[in-house]
Write a new protein. Structure first.
Lengths: 434, 956
């Protein structure tokens, strides 16, 4: 292969599509003399004075909205601005859980569509996000939990989501090395098995969307913080940045972890309290755990990445904070909890512990849609459920921005639900499952 | 069995030559000494190859001998990913190489390295997903190769939980690092009468003194002796400070113990991390940093080999060459990246003993020897410009390579504390600034390298003042990076990343250092960038036209060094709460269930007769008398002049007018008008209420009370007395007769002690609070006594009730009894949206009160039509029994759900509660329930309660 030399390169250069069948896609890297570099994102350019759409936040959501605007609505004069680097906020910090086994009809319908989009995302991008359908098991250690899981299973099944209440025997079959013993401090009485549960390389989701958006003319501006939002006669007209003022036809905020801070620049008060959420990861070990396993009772969830690391997370910190420090107490508590489920992980060694900031809404559902300011759109309140919603949120928010009308799938999540007592309560389906 | 070669004393500070240890590595026997690490013993036996790398399965041997790199990760049975250069050797130890396909020597997956060109940076993003649907197959294949060590799934600390524990400590000053700087700092602080805790990750104090050789022994011994003799200094060796958190809260890991330490201030004398040079083959076993050579010689008396090539970017390389020469190692050459050494005399001395010096040259490539297990020769080329070499060079034979090209300060702890790491591109020197108050640095972490400076900095930090700037020692070569046309110049040994991988990441558009890390995985491995961060930053800076300082390094996160989950978990503490009557339930054959941290009897009798037992218990309460342990109910004491006002604001009912001796149902909403708890508030005195709350809710209720009272500032004291009280509920038509037998000091007549009254009296000689309440719908008394008397109360009542066939009943029977009465259980019949109107509990709302928590929302909600109502339904026995949480359908639309459902032995039908549309709430309406599995059943709505609508049985 190495000897094919120039002809090989030429052939590939001319007809790249023939070599896209995998793993032939890698051939060009081995055969070309020069690394066939292809800038995935906009090289650094000056900001234009005007964009039709300015998106604040270059995480998964911001880039997904830009992607859909450019691809499906022909809106390409779009800038995605971020105060840090691409996908460096909660997109980088979340633990990459994808699921749709929520509790409300509105929630299940929304996340179900998201999971469907995820399944095809790599091929849509031409960029492997490493989506893996591993399944998710949530454990019940009390009869109250069984009741609540049955509720979710019944709702899920009714709405076409693969979700079922399973008994300890079935749990043993699903996760043979899980400690399902009667003498455990919290015996496992049952579980909620969600066959559609999945994971993906979280960074790659933002990268794939950003790449696709940039290829269609969207501009990505990293290290470009929006410092103020300018409003005139109740309508947003532009944003201030350290690199200058930018005029905007409309503005979308997609800044999980800072939603209320950014909204406040636009004079909007969001019903959000922000809490740090911590997670940790071990060194890599040979694979031994296939699905994602969580126990809301001991506040822990764990899955093994495709690199072999165990990612372990739990509940949010008990007090509101914008700091992303990791605490010793949370590490101790997560370690202790995960050993209740998998005692042999006692030998696993911690590699790293970190935190993100979760914007919690009163009903544990997101805020998507119009805002009190004309042409200013909200993509906020993503608590611990933002990553899994990325594709569908991008698609529906783009439609909203393009048409000015919210698609049916997201109308229940409008900000005004809090004024009208139409909450979409997912409290029962979010604790320590993520 | 291979033979080991050791140098004579004083080489070998750490080993005990009198204690030979035999051990096995990959099935072959070796001998080492007590005090050896696995790695030092293996190298003493000329075994450099210890494991295989993560991606290309390349050969890996030690790099630092300090336990700082991941090259030496080996497998012990129940300890995968063990650092061979840190783990002490034990007699009989069985060690295996890790991540090996086939054998350590002939790893068939090492062929992957030949395809490195086809596995460019981020290759997994670029491939494996076409055609559609193929990825899961690839994912499986790739995943099979993932990971390093193997976790022993039979291992558990549970049977041996004293093994891991935790200790809290306090200190005026914590000094991290027991080298010259740390020792001096500890002594200075102790002299100022401060309590000092000195920690060091190594087995003995001394730091660089120990491996710099016998020349420093006198200084070392006197400083260490002084420290050990000082009563103000506590020394913890084998202890690594793994994290710094706000206000100097430190996690120190000492083997199986986690020390959690609060310090007034912290001195970090954590030293520096020697950096590798980047050239083709720089990862071969036998290519080590110069401090590793000194450690091998001086700590373990191990001669790393017979023929050394020293790659020097600073004068330390010359010092190490001298040490090697002195130990009888042939120094084949010193290859100096610079024009010349700064210390010509040393160079001359070395040349005089026959060591050739190649100046302005580098190692361009290292190659294997003929055993193909360790480095055997290097190609030396002249440097033409930074990073570039002449077209040709010369080969030198050697059996190890020593690299001395510079250091990075141990930046992790200071950076966790918010410090900034800066780098001067001209001098290639680092500086840490913006330390938090109370943190000082001393020694090489702070740029001090001369012993005088190091000690002066240590003293100053110990005295909590800053020292003058240290003398600058040019140790860092600015560009020890030499790309090779055929690659394999490794920047990150953990992840097998070559120069091209880092550069190409930026060319793919990932130019921020954080994106480089995430895209290439550089620094994501077990050594967390200790040896790759600098080179990666230099490469990224170069290719993106920025300075290294602008490029920066990625965020430091805890832990500094790997630590097991076991040490973090310690003795896992999940307390179990048992009531004072717990063992009586067990004796009576109760099946226990968990309720939060509590255990409660579900029912009494064998599991296979559960339903019958529950029915019998229900019938006993309805027909004669039953007794249930309600100790787990929350108990809150609310006292003070404003106690009534407080409850008035907190709960939905009115409490200000409640007279002492009366009790009232207490319903709690949150600000969103959602019902979150209920109980009974009994007014014992004008200024004292005893309030019960649900078992699962009391902690939340207590917290909420404290929160609101902090806001309201009322004159009231609130205490959670749940565990101070034990309680029973004696209920049934004969309850009064039973109670009368053991409670003669109280008039129990209906007039004197009516329904919803509270009394204090002695029951069976025990001081008790008696509440006449009716959860189960019969004449009943809740009797609360001090916790320790629970069992005595239980025994007395059972004895007194014998003649009435009293029967203990459990939670399951209580659930049926209350369901017959239509009483809701908060959390079961309510959810995160339930408001009192939906629960048909408008009667519990005091509308004339100016305020209660949730009132404003409820007033708003009352103006809107209800969306659902919790209603009672019945089904004949024999019909399918819907389980709790099954859906109520309207056509195929979800319209509600069942929250409770049970066969009522009293009424001889199935009764249940369900959320139904308001249109279906009229008695006689029919609702469709989708049972588990999909079967539909039609149930009839019935007005609540199902049983004794007039309440005639409980208010007698």
């Amino acid at each position: 292969m190495m000897l094919r030399g120039r002809d090989g390169c030429k052939l590939i250069a001319e007809k790249p599509k023939n070599y896209n069948a995998m793993p032939f896609g890698l051939l060009k890297y081995g055969l070309s003399k020069e690394y066939p570099a292809h800038q995935h994102f906009t090289p650094k350019t000056d900001l234009k004075p005007h964009y039709d759409v300015v998106i604040i936040g270059a995480g998964g959501h911001g880039t997904a909205i830009a992607y859909h605007l450019a691809k499906h609505h022909g809106i390409r004069n779009v800038a995605v601005l971020d105060k840090g680097y691409l996908g460096g906020g909660n997109t980088a910090r979340n633990t990459a859980v994808i699921r749709s086994n929520y509790l409300t009809e509105e929630g299940v319908n929304f996340y179900r569509e998201s999971v469907k989009l995820y399944q095809n995302l790599s091929n849509e991008f031409g960029y492997n996000i490493m989506f893996e359908n591993r399944g998710q098991l949530t454990l019940a250690h009390s009869d109250a939990a069984i009741r609540s899981f049955r509720w979710r299973a019944e709702v899920n099944q009714h709405l076409g989501v693969r979700s079922e209440l399973v008994d300890p025997q079935m749990i043993r079959e699903l996760v043979p090395n899980l400690r399902v013993q009667d003498d455990a401090r919290f015996p496992i009485l049952g579980g909620l098995w969600h066959a559609d549960g999945a994971t993906a390389r979280h960074d790659a989701v933002a990268w794939g969307y950003a790449k696709g958006a940039c290829e269609r003319g969207v501009e990505l501006h990293q290290c470009t913080e929006v410092t103020d939002v300018r409003i005139s006669n109740g309508r947003v007209v532009g944003v201030e940045t350290p690199r200058g003022y930018v005029e905007a036809g409309c503005v979308v905020q997609a800044v999980a972890g800072m939603s209320s801070v950014v909204a406040e620049m636009a004079g909007i008060k969001l019903p959000i309290h922000s809490y740090p959420l911590q997670a940790m990861v071990t060194q890599p070990y040979k694979p031994l755990l296939e699905p994602h396993v969580s126990s809301p009772h001991v506040h822990v969830y764990v899955h093994q990445t495709s690199r072999g690391e165990f990612v372990i997370g739990g509940g949010s910190d008990p007090y509101a904070l914008y700091n992303t420090r990791a605490t010793l107490e949370q590490k101790e508590s997560l370690a202790s909890a995960v050993l209740e489920l998998f005692p042999f992980l006692a030998q696993a060694k911690m590699l790293r512990q970190w935190a993100g900031v979760t914007d919690m809404t009163p009903d544990y559902s997101p805020i998507m849609g119009l805002s009190p300011v004309d042409n200013y759109y909200l993509d906020a309140g993503w608590g611990t459920w933002g990553f899994k919603a990325t594709p569908i949120c991008g698609q529906t928010m783009a439609e909203l921005v393009a048409t000015g009308r919210a698609p049916e799938l997201i109308t229940p999540f409008a900000l005004d639900r809090f004024y009208d007592f139409r909450q979409v309560n997912e409290a029962g389906a979010t604790a320590a499952s993520h | 069995m291979a033979s080991q070669q050791r140098l004579p004393a004083p080489y070998g500070l750490l080993i005990d030559r009198g204690k030979p240890c035999s051990f096995e590595f990959d099935g072959k026997g070796y001998i080492g000494y007590g005090g050896d690490t696995i790695a030092s013993a293996l190298i003493a036996n000329q075994q450099w190859l210890m494991s295989r790398s993560f991606k290309y399965h390349r050969m890996r041997g030690p790099l630092t001998m300090a336990g700082h790199d991941a090259n030496t990760l080996v497998q012990l049975k129940s300890a995968p990913n063990t650092l061979a250069d840190k783990q002490l050797l034990q007699d009989g130890m069985q060690v295996h190489a890790q991540n090996v396909a086939g054998s350590l020597r002939r790893d068939w997956l090492s062929v992957l390295g030949s395809f490195a060109k086809f596995l460019p940076v981020g290759f997994y993003y670029k491939a494996f997903f076409r055609p559609r649907g193929i990825w899961p197959l690839w994912a499986k294949l790739i995943r099979r190769q993932a990971g390093l060590g193997v976790i022993d799934q039979s291992y558990s600390t549970a049977h041996n939980d004293e093994e891991f524990d935790k200790q809290y400590k306090f200190a005026d000053v914590v000094v991290v690092g027991g080298g010259p700087a740390g020792l001096s700092a500890a002594l200075a602080a102790a002299k100022a009468e401060e309590e000092v805790l000195l920690v060091d990750e190594n087995k003995i104090l001394g730091g660089s003194f120990n491996y710099l050789g016998a020349g420093y022994q006198v200084e070392r011994d006197s400083l260490v002796a002084e420290v050990l003799a000082n009563p103000k200094i506590e020394v913890l060796c084998n202890t690594i400070c793994n994290s710094w958190q706000a206000d100097h809260w430190l996690a120190l890991v000492n083997d199986t113990r986690l020390h959690k330490v609060r310090a007034k201030r912290v001195v970090l004398a954590t030293g520096s991390i020697e950096q590798p040079a980047i050239f083709r083959g720089n990862d071969l076993p036998g290519v080590v940093v110069s401090s590793a050579v000194l450690r091998l010689l001086n700590l373990y008396a191990v001669k790393p080999g017979d023929k050394a090539v020293v790659l020097a970017g600073n004068d330390e390389g010359y010092g190490t060459a001298q040490a090697l020469h002195a130990a009888g190692v042939e120094v084949v050459a010193i290859v100096d990246l610079r024009d010349a050494s700064n210390q010509p005399t040393i160079a001359q001395e070395l040349e005089a003993v026959g060591v050739p010096i190649f100046s302005k040259s580098t190692i361009f490539e290292a190659q294997l020897d003929k055993t193909a297990q360790r480095v055997g020769k290097v190609e030396v080329r002249k440097i033409t410009e930074p990073g570039k070499c002449a077209e040709t060079g010369r080969f030198l034979e050697c059996d190890f390579v020593c690299v001395a090209v510079g250091y990075m300060p141990s930046w992790q702890l200071p950076c966790m504390a918010g410090a900034q790491l800066s780098y001067d591109d001209a001098s290639a020197e680092f500086a840490l600034s913006k330390l938090p108050a109370g943190m000082r640095l001393a020694g090489s972490v702070n740029g001090a390298w001369q012993l005088d400076d190091v000690i002066a900095q240590g003293r100053a930090a110990g005295e909590n003042r800053s020292a003058g700037p240290p003398e600058s020692v040019p140790l860092n070569h600015p560009w020890p990076i030499f790309a090779h046309p055929k690659g394999k110049e490794f920047v990150d040994f953990d992840e097998d990343l070559q120069i091209a991988d880092i550069i190409n990441a930026t060319r793919d558009g990932y130019s921020d250092i954080q994106l480089v890390k995430r895209y290439s995985t550089c620094g994501m491995g077990p050594s967390q960038g200790r040896h790759s961060a600098l080179a990666a930053a230099r490469l990224v800076a170069d290719v993106t036209g920025r300075s290294v300082a602008e490029t920066g390094v990625t965020t430091a996160r805890p832990p500094v060094a790997a630590e097991t989950l076991a040490v973090n978990a310690g003795r896992s503490f999940y307390p179990a709460r048992r009531t004072n009557m717990h063992y009586r339930h067990a004796e009576a054959g109760a099946q226990m269930m968990q309720a939060g941290a509590w255990y409660r009897p579900a029912y009494y009798g064998p599991q296979d007769r559960a339903q019958q037992c529950i029915h019998n218990e229900v019938m006993a309460v309805r027909n004669s008398v039953g007794l249930i342990d309600v100790s787990t109910l929350g108990g809150l004491e609310v006292r003070g002049p404003d106690a009534g006002e407080f409850l008035n604001r907190f709960y939905t009912f009115t409490f200000t007018k409640l007279v002492p001796g009366q009790a009232r149902y207490a319903l709690l909403c949150n600000e969103a008008g959602v019902v979150i708890d209920d109980g009974v508030a009994a007014r014992l005195h004008e200024q004292h209420f005893y309030v019960t709350a649900t078992t699962g809710g009391v902690d939340r209720v207590f917290q909420s009370m404290l929160k609101w009272n902090a806001q309201w500032g009322l004159d009231v004291d609130i205490a959670n007395a749940t565990t101070a009280w034990c309680g029973v509920n004696i209920a049934g038509p004969d309850a009064r007769k039973v109670l009368a037998k053991v409670c003669d000091s109280l008039d129990l007549s209906a007039d004197a002690f009516p329904y919803m009254a509270v009394r204090e009296a002695k029951v069976a000689g025990i001081p008790a609070r008696l509440l006449r309440v009716g959860f189960v719908g019969e004449l009943g008394y809740e009797i609360h006594v001090p916790q320790l008397y629970g069992e005595a109360l239980w025994d007395s009542l059972l004895k007194a009730g014998e003649e009435f066939s009293i029967k203990p009943f459990g939670v399951e029977a209580q659930r049926v009894l209350r369901l017959e009465k239509g009483h809701v259980i908060i959390g079961q019949d309510t959810d995160a949206m339930s408001n009192p109107m939906e629960l048909q509990m408008n009667w519990a709302l005091a509308r004339k009160k100016p305020f209660f928590v949730g009132a404003r929302t409820l007033r708003e909600l009352e103006t809107k039509p209800l969306e659902r109502v919790l209603a009672g339904f019945t089904l004949p026995i024999g019909a399918a029994q819907p389980k709790e949480s099954c859906l109520v359908l309207e056509g195929e639309q979800m319209a509600g759900r069942v929250t409770s459902c049970a066969v009522s032995p009293t009424l001889n039908k199935q009764v249940g509660l369900a959320y139904v549309p308001p249109s279906a709430v009229e008695p006689g309406s029919v609702i469709t329930i989708k049972c588990e599995g999909g079967e539909r059943v039609d149930a009839t709505i019935q007005a609540l309660p199902f049983y004794d609508a007039e309440g005639a049985r409980q208010a007698v």
